[in-house]
Ligand binder design. Structure first.
Ligand SMILES: CC(C)(COP(=O)(O)OP(=O)(O)OC[C@H]1O[C@@H](n2cnc3c(N)ncnc32)[C@H](O)[C@@H]1OP(=O)(O)O)[C@@H](O)C(=O)NCCC(=O)NCCS
Length: 145
């Protein structure tokens, strides 16, 4: 059975490191603002094993006019559990959480390789691709809730 629950930032490293920071030290798994009161980390557990993660940051992107924005960061599913719907379940969980908390726009920097995944859930790319050092090419993506 799958359940999603809020987890401490350090627990995300179990998935962040092998999926998002492969071959890099554990320190590279820390994101600025991870432990702010306004930041929330959610984990998807498959039979008690943490298999997927997503984090929500209270962060405004001035490109967008909406007052109540949230940024998704650190979206990842362990390789052996990918393509089973877990990623989609996590994004939808965050959308419901955001709607409940009156957030009206979700945005994030998506790896170019994941743009198709987000498009399926009606997120739109905005502008040209850009490079994030040591991580690769990204697109700014968003969805109005
Ligand atoms: C991207 C990622 C989070 C997707 O999670 P997932 O659990 O594998 O995705 P799901 O099984 O929920 O996929 C939902 C739909 O998106 C599709 N999809 C999944 N990954 C995709 C991708 N990279 N490109 C295009 N479509 C994708 C699936 O085929 C599925 O489509 P369907 O409903 O028609 O069958 C996961 O593959 C991952 O962790 N990748 C490596 C890290 C990464 O890129 N994170 C995102 C950083 S911005």
């Amino acid at each position: 059975m799958n359940i999603i629950k809020e987890i401490p930032s350090k627990e995300t490293y179990i998935v962040r490191q092998p999926v998002l920071r492969k071959g890099k030290p554990i320190e590279s798994c820390t994101f600025e603002g991870d432990d702010l009161k306004t930041t929330h980390h959610f984990g998807l557990f498959d039979d008690e094993n943490l298999t997927g993660i997503i984090s929500l940051f209270d962060k405004i992107n001035p490109i967008f006019a909406e007052k109540n924005q949230a940024q998704i960061r650190g979206m990842a599913v362990l390789e052996t559990y990918q393509k089973k719907g877990f990623g989609e379940t996590l994004v939808k969980y965050c959308e419901t959480y955001c709607i409940t908390n009156k957030v009206d726009l979700i945005w994030f920097n998506a790896r170019t390789t994941a743009v198709g995944f987000y498009k399926k859930m009606n997120y739109q790319p905005q502008g040209e691709p850009f490079e994030i050092k040591d991580v690769g090419e990204h697109y700014l993506m968003f969805k109005k809730l």
